[in-house]
Design a protein around this ligand. Structure first.
Ligand SMILES: Nc1nc2c(ncn2[C@@H]2O[C@H](COP(=O)(O)OP(=O)(O)OP(=O)(O)O)[C@@H](O)[C@H]2O)c(=O)[nH]1
Ligand SMILES: [Mg+2]
Length: 339
């Protein structure tokens, strides 16, 4: 990380890292380029920002000549979190996507069936998690757009087929080809609570770290799948949390929604208007540590600025008390926002 980066630049960079919407990210990149101190020590970073601006601009697709848009690879995040399905060819990503989301993801008995990202929604209780089916990534199939596609993603399911004798090599190849593009699959799902400012300096602004759950498919065909998983991790010399399931029989499928909900530490908040009952049908969601102000922003952009206080109901502690915008919400809270 070059020295002498100004606070103004650091703010732009922090905003870029937080931005999930591709257009917003592009605006942040332009702000980074505008504010970066222009000297020899930042040449490399300047060049990198320019390349990212160029790629993302293309990705967001000003219509190409002849009015046709190229395929878009960036899936706008929806629902409580976006989770990418990664894995070697033919490991069962699309079959899993189809059974979890009811999508019509094409699954085939041959590799490279999937060519483009396909979003779908996995329902869990009263929320949805967005799952994005992806083509297989490998050194042979490097997918230049994968960096942009994974930028808004919160986590990944690494789908493996343990019946494939090349399984370990294929996963190693996948992990390496992602890491060449500074995408790291991490076994760690706990999010550090250190404030952004403290971490900024060490963080690669363009690095992506994805908490990863290994999914072993074909539990219908594999006896002792837990043992097979252990052997797999031994050979891989790296461990991840894991779940075994079958997309064909459905065994093990039910646990996945809760696993993700808990690991992602999703917090559901229900809003109400004064004098009316809470809207219990559709919660807003933040991650653990999220505040009343963040909920307000989800309700309406301006509301996060205009909010003065909220009344809150939840658990045994709150029954309509007044709290400030920085109050941290808990799963199941009801809030009434006042401006
Ligand atoms: N028996 C069994 N077969 C499965 C399971 N999951 C996937 N399959 C089969 O495995 C083959 C590959 O599945 P896909 O879902 O197309 O695999 P993919 O990872 O999306 O493949 P690519 O898109 O080519 O990377 C298909 O024939 C599926 O029917 C499972 O849990 N059990
Ligand atoms: Mg597929």
């Amino acid at each position: 990380m070059p020295a002498n980066l100004t606070p103004e630049y650091r703010t732009a960079e922090a905003n870029y890292r937080k931005a999930r919407d591709p257009q917003e990210r592009l605006d942040c990149l332009k702000e980074m380029l505008r504010t970066i101190p222009k000297h020899k020590g930042t040449d490399h970073l300047q060049a990198e920002i320019k390349t990212r601006i160029k790629n993302l601009t293309e990705e967001l697709g000003a219509p190409k000549k002849g009015g046709r848009r190229g395929p878009t690879h960036v899936v706008r995040p929806e629902g409580a979190a976006q989770i990418a399905l990664l894995g070697p060819p033919n490991s069962g990503k699309s079959a899993l996507h189809a059974v979890l989301t009811g999508s019509h993801a094409e699954a085939g008995p041959y590799p490279f069936t999937t060519k483009l990202p396909l979003p779908g929604m996995l329902p869990f209780e009263d929320i949805h998690l967005q799952l994005v089916d992806l083509p297989p990534v490998s050194k042979q199939n490097p997918l230049p757009w994968i960096v942009n596609a994974l930028q808004p993603t919160d986590a990944c399911l690494l789908v493996v087929d343990l019946t494939n004798p090349d399984c370990v090599e294929l996963v190693q190849d996948l992990i390496e080809s992602l890491s060449e593009r500074r995408i790291t699959l991490s076994p760690d799902w706990t999010r550090t609570s250190a404030p952004d400012e403290e971490r900024d300096e060490e963080l690669d602004p363009f690095g992506i770290v994805l908490p990863t759950l290994v999914i072993a498919t074909r539990a219908d065909e594999i006896e002792n799948i837990e043992q097979e998983l252990e052997a797999f991790f031994d050979l891989l010399e790296q461990r991840f949390p894991s779940l075994a399931l079958s997309s064909t029989t459905g065994e093990g499928i039910d646990g996945l929604g809760r696993w993700l909900f808990e690991a992602l530490e999703i917090v559901r908040v229900y809003t109400k208007t004064p004098g009316k009952p809470p809207k219990h049908d559709r919660p807003f969601t933040v991650r653990r540590g999220g505040t009343v102000r963040e909920v307000a922003r989800l309700v309406h952009k301006d509301l996060s600025r205009d909010i003065r206080y909220a009344r809150i109901w939840g658990g045994e502690t709150f029954s309509g008390q007044q709290v400030g915008p920085d109050h941290i919400v808990a799963d199941g809270d009801v809030v009434e926002i006042h401006t």
